[in-house]
Structure formats: structure tokens, C-alpha cells
Ligand binder design. Sequence first.
Ligand code: 1GP
Length: 251
Amino acid sequence: MMRVYQHFLRTAETKKAGFIVLIDPDKVSLKEGVQLAVRSEQAGADILFVGGSLLFTNELDALLTAIKKEVTLPVVLFPGGVNQISKKADAILFMSLISGRSAEYLIGEQVKGAPLIKRAGLEPISVGYMLIESGRPTTAQFMSGTFPIPRHKPEIAAAHALAGEFLGMKLIYMDGGSGAEQSVPERMIGAVRKYVSIPLIVGGGIRTPESAEKKVKAGANFIVTGTIFEQKKDPNLMVEMADAIHGVLTV
Ligand code: 1GP
């Protein structure tokens, strides 16, 4: 039971922090997606996320099957909506967009998705998902029609995260959005960390090992990176990122 969630907890306990690589099926070909997954495992990543705000491709099942064949890392769906459920993954982030006030993204999509997840036999992991202001508007903000939490208001973020924990959510995910201009401020991560005891995932616009390390030092338990590894195929960067997140580097 809750096998993948246990992996999250174990990683948060035994490593300084966990390294998650996000693969967006719309941004890579099937072959590139598999290569990225293999590179991630070799570099020392702990978990793979697969998903995005939209889904143009019809190859989600095929991509997941191909990735599962090549790597042993847990593969977790990070869905932009109910159209991104596949039984080929190991688990799914069952997210509620708690930073917004859109009934559809707070509970509507979840009601549509729950029976599909049950039928697929996927492990749902309850996540309080928070969009954080990050410069230019991101796809996630536009698609959900919600305001992100202002980046200079750490106390608003802390209150939302605490509400998520009190509602029984298992993880909090603070996201600047894919390709964010500015990543989630360390001051805000610190404020949230001070109040919540569940693991904290931080992603969006993290491009360097130094930046990842700062987020970990501020209190992030998991760092998610996607865009940078679609753009830069440099295997060293991925290893350096993993080392920084796992506490091997001292920046
Ligand atoms: C987006 O947190 C993820 O939802 C990853 O963001 O693609 O900017 O690394 P990047």
C-alpha cells in the first residue's frame, strides 16, 4: 500500500533532499523521453514525473511503457488534467490547486479522475499544489485561470500549505510553473517549511545546481527540474544537480 509515497518519505528521510526529473510528453519525442529517463537514473535522480499542462501527443502510454522498460525509478504522473491518466505509471499526483479559487481545479477534475484512477489501479498521492508568481504568466496559470501567490507574500503561501496539511494532503508542491522566469523565493520556502511537517516539493525555473541547493537549504525536500534538461543534454549538469540536491556539493 502507498508504495510510491513510502519511497517519497524514505527519500526525504535518508537523503538531504530528493531529485525529481519532469518529462513533458509534449516537449520530447518518445526516444528523447526514454533517453532522458535513462540519463536521470544514471545521474542519481530519485523519481520521474511525467506530465504537462496540455497533452498534444497520443503517445503517453507508449512513452510510459518504454520508460518503465529501461529504468527502475518510480514513474509518477504529474497531470495537467483528467486526460493524463494512464495505468502504465506507478502512481499519480492527485493534486488540488489550493492556491487558486477555481472549483474545477480544486475538486472538479478530481471527481472526474477518481473513478478512472481506481479502475487503472494507480496509487493516488494527495498533493496540495500551489502556483507561485514567477515573472511572465505560465501555462499552468493561464490554463487554470487562477492567480498565483504573490512572490513577496510568504505568509500567504504558509497559510495555504498549512491548510493543505490540515486537509490531509500528503505532499505540498510549490511551483513557479514550467520554464518559469524566476524560481520560488527561498524566503517563501522557509516560511512554508516553518509551518508544515509534510514533505515539500519545489519546482519551476530551477536551472543550476546552486539554485537547487539554495532551495534545499531553505527547506525543500524535493526539487523538480524539467525544462533545463530538455534544453541542455549535458550529462554533467544532471550529475551536478543531483549531487547538489543530495548534499554532496557544498555551494
Ligand atoms: C514545472 O516544476 C516543474 O511544473 C518544472 O519546472 O520545467 O521550469 O524545470 P521547469
